[in-house]
Design a binder for this molecule. Structure first.
Ligand code: HEM
Length: 139
């Protein structure tokens, strides 16, 4: 007798973060909301002004990045190579204020998604770590 579990169907295996986020349509919705909030919220003015006037390019890059980062298709790496996120952010002055504005936009965007609270918390913890590591000037 084998000890193969009756429920060893791959569909019943743990979902990847990419799947938990709703795959490409879910990540697209998160990114669209994130930049729409950044564009509209006066308290995100400093971080908005670091970005180009039209946000389409930023939106696509962040979408491609998050797909791969969450375990989905590597759209970003196949186009641009290794993300080297800290190096790619060096042209932009990022201190605590910019970090906090970015994270506040992300918190609001996450609240608009149909994610369970534990998933939102997990994502905010990861985004905090990455955003904090991106700081490149005091203050
Ligand atoms: C800490 C606050 C942050 C600020 C102020 C910031 C700002 C920016 C700006 C101004 C750009 C350039 C947009 C463009 O070229 O259209 C950018 C690009 C990008 N950001 Fe951020 N960012 C922050 C945090 C993050 C975090 C936490 C992530 C990932 C979780 C991230 C992922 C990206 C990616 C993937 C790009 C595209 C890079 C490229 O290929 O040029 N950013 N960010």
């Amino acid at each position: 007798m084998t000890d193969v579990k009756p429920d060893s169907d791959p569909a019943s295996e743990a979902e990847t973060l990419f799947e938990l986020l709703g795959g490409e349509p879910g990540i697209r919705a998160l990114v669209d909301d994130f930049y729409a909030i950044m564009d509209a919220d006066p308290s995100a003015k400093t971080v908005r002004e670091l970005h180009p006037p039209m946000l389409n390019g930023s939106r696509d890059k962040f979408f491609w990045f998050l797909c791969g980062w969450s375990g989905g298709p590597d759209h970003y790496i196949s186009r641009f190579g290794h993300p080297r996120l800290r190096a790619r952010h060096l042209p932009y002055a990022i201190g605590e204020a910019e970090r906090n504005q970015w994270l506040t936009c992300m918190l609001q965007a996450l609240e608009r998604q149909p994610y369970p609270p534990a998933l939102r918390e997990r994502l905010m913890a990861s985004f905090f770590e990455t955003a904090d590591w991106m700081r490149n000037r005091p203050g």
